[in-house]
Every structure is written in structure tokens, then in C-alpha cells.
Design a protein around this ligand. Structure first.
Ligand code: NZQ
Ligand code: ZN
Length: 387
């Protein structure tokens, strides 16, 4: 195991009715907030009304900015920064999914920065300050509710880029699984895939003697795969959603990634697809993660054999590990399909036209990946395996 520091700053407030505490929780930080949300699902579900009622009861003033799109755009971030400055706002409340939360984090960074907030996402600056952000989560997926990361799309140059800094970890996040009941099935499936791949990115490593995190990763993956079909059968299954919603935070708050080198190639490769084609991140990962496994497994056969046995339940002779591993990958693809996810680029009508460009943007002058270092040609091969 490698040295590590684990400090998760986010207070998680979990369960039925907990959204009613949002005003009281915020009052400890600020008297005036930006209420940031997406395209309207929170109004349909009634969550918006509950949040507003709680803010008013706690005497917290708020200014609204809705309209965050999936794959959140830089343009709205700029708007949010201006609004916060004009209204002298010191706190941001994100009510929604990863896109709303990431947009909030970017606004929080921009308000405290004299330059262009895109500098952080372009790797040109490191942040030292940000407004505090809190969340009321409505889709378990991205894990942004307790992660230090945000991912923003700059539409003008078709680049989707992430920035990671502990100062953007939400100060608190409220998770009430009941608000997942209104999710469209495809969004639920996208989220399930995203959280699984957050675990894969940490699980598949060359670091040895990291048994505890190996076992934690395996248990979390199995819990997700056990509960996902229950949700697909009954979108109002509170107990199954509770497991899935907590798993989304556990998958990405880094408790599963400590003491081990992480990979993150599948995410880097997927981000180039959603930057150009504006597809859901989770759907892109369902296509890329099996292709990455097929391409990378030979670099660490014992790790992938362990995955086959402990996660995918493949039994058979360890004299033929390739067979075990390929069976495990094929079972993973079947699982994705069973919850309605695409597993090939062609399922989303994406052809080969941008493969070279995406691979080039993905690695720049360098490479990506921890378990297997991937250069441009490797990434091209993975996109081809995903055709
Ligand atoms: O906009 P509204 O109307 O709210 O609708 C949303 C949106 O259309 C809908 N939705 C959310 N909760 C709902 C609901 N519809 C009905 N009932 C509910 N309860 O779902 C759609 C997708 O929402 P979005 O926020 O885009 O989903 P997700 O949480 O998957 O976020 C995806 C974004 O997060 C980034 C992704 O790249 C992508 O841009 N990621 C962020 C990470 C981070 N910050 O740590 C890590 C991830 O790897 C990921 O890259
Ligand atoms: Zn992700």
C-alpha cells in the first residue's frame, strides 16, 4: 500500500425528508445563496418547493439560476459568476445531478478568481479559494456530491475538461433516495454505469498489497450490480435506491482509491466522446470500459482474474486466465445491456469519423492510464474495439 492522506470534508445527510434541513444547514455558512439547478426535473418532483420552503423558514435569501444542461457548459458558468458578484452571494446550493453540481463548483471557483475560470480547466492555474458549495442530489451517478472534481464543457472549442481541488468538495450533501423515483430509466442506468466505472478506475491497479481497498471495491461493485435490476423492475424501490445512492458517493469520495495508483483512462477516453457528440457520460462509459478491459488486461492478468472471480463470479481453471477474463468482460457487457445501456459506439450511431481526433485530444503530447499507459495509437485501438 502506498502512503496517503484521506480527508473527506463533505458532511453527508442521508434519508427520507432530509432535504427539509437544507435551510438550517446553510444558515451556518451564509444568509444569501445562489440556488442553481437544471432543466426543471426538481420542479416536477416537488423538490424545488421543499428546498425553497426550507430556505425561507431559515431566513436564507436566494437568487436562482436554472438551465444547467447535461455536460454543463462554460457559458452558464460565466453567467453564474457574474450573478454571484452582482448579488454579493457567498454560497452556492446545487440542487440536481453531477452537471448542476459541477456547474456550481466552477462558479464557486470563478467568483474568487480574477482571471478566466476556464484557466483551471485548461491546466493554466491552480485555485486557492472558492465559495462554499452544498448539494441536494437527485441522481446517483457522478459522485460530485462528495468529490473534489468538476467537469465543464467549453462549447466554442468542443473541449470537456475536469479540474480537481479539495477546495471544491461540497461542505454538505443531502441524499434522499425518494427523489430518484422520478428518474427516467436510461438516466438511472447511466448513473449506475458511471459509479461502477469510478470503482474500476481505482480497482484496476498495479499497486500490490492493497487488499482492503480491493475487497471494498469488490463489495461496492457487487452491491450495485445486485440492486440495479431491482430498480429497473420497480423505480420506486426505496431500499434499492438507498444502496445505489450511497454507493455513488462511496464510489467517488476516494475511500476506495487510497493507497493505490489509479487508472482513469476510460474516463479520459469517454470525455472526448461526450465533448463531441454530447452523449451521457455514463452511456459513453458503458461503451468504453469493456473495450478498455479487452485492450489492457494482458498487462495485469492476476488483477483481471481476481475481477473475474470475485466480482463477476466466473468459475473455471486458472490455467486459462484469458478465458476467465473474457467471460467476465462479456458478463459485464450483458449486465450493461440488461439495464438498457449501449455497449458499442454504433448503438449511438457514432461512426469512425472522429476516432483519430478524439485520440489526439485525449492524450495530447503524452499518454493516459495508470495500469497500462496508453498513447495515441492505443487509444485509437480502444475506440476501434468499441465500434
Ligand atoms: O436538468 P434536469 O431537468 O434536472 O434533468 C436531469 C438531466 O437531464 C435529469 N435528472 C436528474 N435528476 C433527476 C432527473 N430527472 C428526473 N428525476 C430526477 N430525480 O437527469 C439528466 C442528467 O443529469 P446530469 O446531472 O447530467 O447527470 P449526472 O449526475 O450523470 O452528471 C453527469 C456529468 O457529471 C460529470 C460528467 O462528465 C457529466 O458532465 N462527471 C463529474 C464528476 C465529478 N464532478 O466528480 C465525475 C464523473 O466521472 C463525471 O465525469
Ligand atoms: Zn464518471
Amino acid at each position: 500500500m502506498e502512503n496517503f492522506v484521506f480527508h473527506n470534508y463533505t458532511k453527508t445527510i442521508f434519508g427520507k425528508g432530509m432535504e427539509d434541513t437544507v435551510g438550517k444547514e446553510i444558515k451556518a455558512y451564509a444568509d444569501k445563496v445562489l440556488l442553481h439547478y437544471g432543466g426543471g426535473s426538481i420542479k416536477k418532483s416537488g423538490l424545488y418547493d421543499r428546498v425553497v420552503k426550507s430556505l425561507k423558514a431559515a431566513d436564507v435569501e436566494f437568487v436562482e439560476l436554472g438551465g444547467v444542461q447535461p455536460n454543463p457548459r462554460l457559458k452558464l458558468v460565466y453567467e453564474g459568476i457574474e450573478l454571484c458578484k452582482k448579488e454579493n452571494i457567498g454560497f452556492i446550493l446545487a440542487v440536481g445531478g453531477g452537471s448542476v453540481i459541477d456547474s456550481s463548483k466552477a462558479i464557486a471557483l470563478g467568483v474568487k478568481y480574477s482571471g478566466d475560470v476556464w484557466d483551471f480547466y485548461a491546466g493554466k492555474a491552480q485555485a486557492t479559494e472558492a465559495l462554499p458549495v452544498a448539494t441536494v442530489l437527485t441522481i446517483p451517478a457522478a459522485g460530485s456530491e462528495s468529490s473534489p472534481s468538476s467537469v465543464i464543457t467549453n462549447d466554442d472549442i468542443k473541449i470537456k475538461s475536469g479540474y480537481t481541488s479539495n477546495i471544491t468538495r461540497p461542505v454538505f450533501s443531502i441524499l434522499n433516495p425518494e427523489y430518484c423515483f422520478t428518474l427516467p430509466k436510461n438516466q438511472a442506468a447511466n448513473g449506475i454505469c458511471d459509479m461502477m466505472v469510478h470503482i474500476f478506475e481505482r480497482y484496476f491497479t498495479n499497486t500490490e498489497n492493497a487488499d482492503l481497498t480491493d475487497r471494498l471495491c469488490e463489495a461496492t461493485l457487487k452491491s450495485i450490480m445486485y440492486n440495479a435490476p431491482k430498480i429497473m423492475k420497480n423505480m420506486s424501490d426505496y431500499d434499492a435506491w438507498a444502496e445505489i445512492m450511497w454507493a455513488s458517493s462511496v464510489a467517488h469520495n476516494d475511500i476506495l482509491g487510497v493507497g493505490r495508483k489509479q487508472d482513469w483512462a476510460s474516463h479520459a477516453i469517454e470525455h472526448e466522446i461526450s465533448a463531441i457528440y454530447d452523449i451521457a457520460h455514463g452511456a459513453g462509459l458503458a461503451i468504453i470500459s469493456p473495450a478498455w478491459m479487452k485492450y489492457a488486461y494482458k498487462d495485469n492478468v492476476p488483477m483481471f482474474t481476481q475481477f473475474a472471480r470475485n466480482v463477476m463470479g466466473v468459475e473455471g481453471s486458472f490455467k486459462h486466465p484469458d478465458e476467465l477474463i473474457l467471460t467476465a468482460i462479456s458478463r459485464l457487457e450483458s449486465f450493461y445491456k440488461s439495464i438498457g445501456l449501449p455497449t458499442r459506439l454504433s448503438d449511438l450511431d457514432i461512426g469512425e469519423e472522429n476516432i483519430e481526433l478524439m485520440a489526439e485530444k485525449c492524450v495530447g503530447d503524452g499518454c493516459c492510464g495508470g495500469l497500462k499507459k496508453l498513447y495515441k495509437q492505443d487509444v485509437v485501438e480502444i475506440y476501434k474495439l468499441a465500434k
